[in-house]
Write a protein that binds this ligand. Structure first.
Ligand SMILES: [Fe+2]
Ligand SMILES: [Fe+2]
Ligand SMILES: [Fe+2]
Length: 415
């Protein structure tokens, strides 16, 4: 299996940034929770490896959430129901060898110290990393971005203190009280520099041998990168019942097209990764727009057009993802330059990007939608050929798809 050099921290950080696109109301939640959790873990004098495991888990702790609605429910300090996203996060992380060690931490990240948890755990039986992330998560929820940070710290500290021994490990609350005395603790969270600050701290440390000092680049085989991309495809697809397998279908169709074009195994795998991530930016789009049964208003359409922009901006955070970024994010660009978000033209659209655009439209047309069933072949063919005539899609690649229509349609049955 071919390997690629990836900066593992930057990959996880990019995916964490994608998770932060979901919902309004908590900005930079994952990165801020990671920063707070790291401060508490450092107070405890844990080993570098333990601290980093906590940071990685914090960066993806809400991976079990896909919708604005689920995210909004977590804004209450004492959440009523939090177990569903913990279980889902646990399930998703277990599918990746590299992220698997974080699964149990994520499962327990809302467990109450005093017990009565669905995990059956309480007190020190709850993993320490989960207890730290739980505390950090609730501190972040209490921060009001509309108020000056240092003016609210007393209130936040008092709210946390009240819950020592109930929601939170009292020993950790003491450590939090120590570290939160410093104004810098709070200023770091509010200054818009969290990412930079955390990166500087992480550069010095390792986790599971995945980062060496000042160099987080590690050789990861493409299969593992595929597993991680599949996790995020599932997060994207879970946003809507009507597109719940869309990313997977686009990936299967574009990979099958790559095979038909005799691309190498590594190229096919890379195309699959880009396809799985092509709608990453849809995490920023409210479900009410994604599921709207009818034509979008101008404002809604303008918002919708931002999704490929976000896909691009997130994937560009990962060094080594330059091609993946373009193949994924250019799927609404057109050969004649009338597409979005960059309006680029033929000469800048690679075969892979053109293929992605075709697979995306094909998948969308054959899938059932809230307002219609999946389209039959004659309608799909008409739409695709019309787009070729208008110089939106590549004619040769559309021909390839039409010549192998039945074979590619099987992908729909297998996703
Ligand atoms: Fe959570
Ligand atoms: Fe899209
Ligand atoms: Fe799509």
């Amino acid at each position: 299996m071919p390997k690629v050099m990836v900066d593992f921290y930057k990959l996880v950080n990019a995916l964490s940034t994608a998770l932060d696109l979901i919902g309004a109301g908590i900005r930079h939640h994952h990165i801020r929770v990671a920063l707070i959790a790291r401060q508490i873990a450092t107070e405890l004098n844990l080993s570098e490896n333990e601290i980093n495991e906590i940071v990685y888990a914090a960066l993806v702790h809400d991976v079990g959430i896909s919708t604005f609605k689920e995210k909004a429910a977590l804004l209450n300090f004492e959440i009523k129901e939090s177990y569903t996203h913990c279980v889902r996060g646990h399930y998703l992380l277990q599918t990746s060898t590299l992220l698997k060690p974080l699964a149990k931490i994520v499962l327990c990240h809302h467990d109450r110290w005093s017990g009565a948890n669905k995990t059956g755990l309480q007190g020190t039986g709850i993993p320490l990393a989960s207890r730290i992330i739980h505390l950090a998560d609730r501190v972040d929820i209490l921060i009001d971005d509309n108020q000056y940070i240092l003016d609210q710290r007393e209130l936040i500290i008092n709210n946390i203190k009240k819950m020592a021994g109930q929601l939170f490990d009292p020993y950790l609350v003491d450590e939090f009280l120590n570290t939160s005395q410093k104004p810098s603790f709070w200023l770091d969270l509010a200054g818009g520099q969290c990412e930079k600050i955390l990166l500087q701290q992480m550069n010095k440390q390792a986790w599971q041998g995945l980062c060496q000092k000042n160099n987080c680049k590690v050789a990861i085989n493409l299969e593992e990168l595929l597993n991680i991309s599949e996790i995020f495809a599932q997060v994207i697809d879970a946003k809507s019942n009507f597109t719940h397998r869309h990313s997977k279908l686009v990936a299967d169709v574009s990979t099958s097209m790559a095979v038909l074009l005799d691309f190498s195994e590594a190229q096919c795998q890379t195309i699959k990764i880009a396809s799985l991530l092509h709608d990453l930016g849809k995490l920023a789009i409210p479900e009410s727009i994604l599921e709207k049964p009818g034509v979008l208003t101008n404002t809604e359409m303008n918002l919708m057009k931002s999704h490929t922009y976000y896909t691009y901006r997130i994937l560009e955070l990962v060094p080594g993802f330059e091609q993946i970024k373009e193949w994924a994010a250019y799927h609404h660009e057109c050969l004649n330059g009338s597409g979005y978000p960059f309006g680029i033209k033929t000469e800048d659209l690679s075969t892979e990007s053109r293929m992605m655009a075709i697979s995306d439209i094909f998948a969308a047309l054959v899938e059932d939608r809230p307002y219609r069933q999946g389209m039959p072949r004659h309608q799909v063919e008409k739409i695709l050929l019309d787009k070729v005539a208008r110089q939106h899609l590549d004619g040769q690649l559309v021909e390839l798809l039409l010549d192998n229509y039945d074979q590619l349609l099987i992908c729909k049955e297998s996703v």
